[in-house]
Design a protein around this ligand. Structure first.
Ligand SMILES: N[C@@H](CCC(=O)N[C@@H](CS)C(=O)NCC(=O)O)C(=O)O
Ligand SMILES: *[C@@H]1O[C@H](CO)[C@@H](O)[C@H](O)[C@H]1NC(C)=O
Length: 476
């Protein structure tokens, strides 16, 4: 209101400057009257606005807490169809608002969206959309017979579990949220294709997923496909699924859909698959790991995981600095390891044993205690990456190799560590909590088989104990 009054006022002054038929005095008078009238109008409008916001408070009973995204659109589109008002929480800030105690009361996970209703909160975007769709009895978003109810639920689950889950896993490394693994991406893409193939066949003779009109299944499916079309599915990709393509554009352009979806920006089909936006570029050669150049197949770079914990700083005086001097210089070994590009066995491994000092150093095998839990490849890799990051405190006193083993889950995590001193340094045990997630066994150097295992771990030998390597990370 205030702004309007100001603008009108300055129009008054403009009159004065440009319209010469008025003399200044009369003009001053007119200006005063005009200002007065505007003040009155504004006061009246302010009162009305006050009423409107009370009115809003009384009736806007559904509030979605989130920024707008495709998951929020599910409920907003359903709300269009059932003609219910769902409001977006004001000034919602992702990463901030969803961490407040008030938000955690709506969704204990702190994930968005969460819906606030007078009867209590709801989270999970599909559940929120179902709730909104059910607010109006007698609507066809749920179909009109038990078989239709069942089929609608079927396509809702399908879109979440067969399509969305694989699409997220495909796009996350590209957004820098997860480590890129080529073989993993291939399996996500083939999961998406398998889902789209089935959807394509279903839609060959249909306009809607179930029945002859839009149902909640179409709303949720379309919302889940939006980011796919925007970021992943190029024209050549969707050309295999012409019915999905036709269906998607038909749905997106339904007025009750487009009204909401266009608030996220125009839906334009991807020209290229979303490029990697983070610093985690899998194509770039690992900077300090030239040995990998001759590796039989490219492996993701052994970089640290996205965890952002700060590594504790080494203590001013480390007891290991007080050990008797050793002829083995750890940095020399690290350099040899990094610089050996060919004949790794003859040069690096032989060099290692030539310089190895069993009095000043010890070698340890480690074996992850909970390998059964390593069911998702990138999560496993992140876990190991986080471990190496936290080992930063031991950079001067350790060298390590961590192997992630297996072609399919559960993956095994095994490693080899070289530590200064004849025991695992106490400060490492104390300060790096990952240590206790592993079983540690000292390498017995009198056992040739154990020595050979050391060699294989240093050189990423494949197959390792009969299995392929998913990844090998080096701490140096
Ligand atoms: N299955 C959930 C997914 C929710 C979800 O993953 N939300 C993301 C944003 S799209 C989130 O809140 N992430 C923040 C976090 O994980 O802390 C739904 O459909 O609502
Ligand atoms: C859009 O929603 C309104 C209710 O808000 C409904 O009456 C109308 O039928 C919907 N449009 C279509 C094309 O279904």
């Amino acid at each position: 209101m205030y702004v309007v009054a100001m603008t009108m006022k300055s129009r008054g002054f403009m009159l004065k400057d440009t319209n010469c038929i008025f003399n200044t005095r009369r003009l001053h008078y007119i200006n005063k009257i005009l200002s007065f009238i505007f003040m009155i109008i504004c006061s009246i409008l302010n009162v009305i606005c006050g009423y409107i916001s009370i009115f809003n408070l009384m009736f806007s009973i559904l509030i979605i807490h989130s920024e707008l995204n495709k998951n929020v659109c599910k409920a907003l589109i359903a709300a269009e169809y059932v003609d219910v008002e769902v409001k977006m929480a004001e000034n919602f800030q992702m990463g901030k608002s969803n961490k407040t105690p008030e938000f955690l009361k709506l969704n204990p996970l702190g994930k968005v969206p969460a819906l606030e209703t007078p009867e209590g909160p709801i989270f999970e975007s599909n559940a929120i959309a179902r709730y909104v769709a059910r607010l109006k009895p007698e609507n066809t978003l749920f179909g009109s017979s038990p078989i239709e109810y069942g089929q609608i639920e079927q396509w809702i689950d399908f879109s979440a579990l067969e399509l969305d889950a694989n699409m997220r896993a495909w796009v996350f490394p590209r957004l820098g949220y997860a480590t890129y693994i080529k073989s993993a991406e291939e399996s996500y893409i083939s999961g998406v294709k398998r889902g789209l193939g089935a959807l394509n066949t279903h839609l060959a003779s249909r306009t809607f997923l179930v029945g002859d009109s839009v149902t909640l299944a179409d709303i949720i499916m379309t919302c889940n496909l939006v980011n796919g079309f925007k970021f992943l599915f190029t024209k050549s990709f969707t050309s295999e699924f012409p019915h999905v393509e036709r269906y998607f554009w038909t749905m997106v352009n339904q007025p009750n859909f487009s009204k909401i979806i266009k608030r996220m920006g125009e839906v334009k089909q991807a020209e290229v698959v979303l490029p990697f936006t983070s610093t985690k570029k899998p194509e770039s050669k690992p900077k300090s790991e030239p040995k990998k150049e001759e590796a039989p197949k490219p492996k993701p770079e052994p970089e640290a995981a996205p965890e952002e914990e700060e590594a504790p700083k080494p203590k001013a005086k480390n007891p290991l600095d007080l050990l008797p001097p050793s002829p083995m210089v750890l940095d020399d070994w690290k350099r040899l390891y990094s610089n050996t590009k060919t004949n790794f066995r003859e040069v690096a491994i032989k060099g290692f044993w030539d310089m190895y000092d069993p009095e000043g150093y010890s070698l340890w095998f480690c074996n992850y205690k909970y390998n059964d839990e390593n069911t998702v490849s990138f999560v496993t890799m992140n876990k190991v990456g986080g471990f190496l990051q936290r080992m930063d405190l031991a950079r001067k006193y350790a060298f390590g190799k961590m192997l992630i083993i297996g072609n399919e889950p559960p993956f095994k995590v095994k490693g080899l560590w070289l530590f200064r001193g004849t025991e695992i340094p106490k400060f490492v045990m104390d300060e790096c909590y990952d240590m206790e997630l592993y079983e540690w066994t000292k390498v017995d150097l009198s056992d040739e088989a154990q020595k050979e295992r050391v060699n294989q771990m240093i050189e990423d030998f494949e197959p390792f104990e009969g299995e392929a390597l998913l990844d090998a990370k080096c701490f140096k």
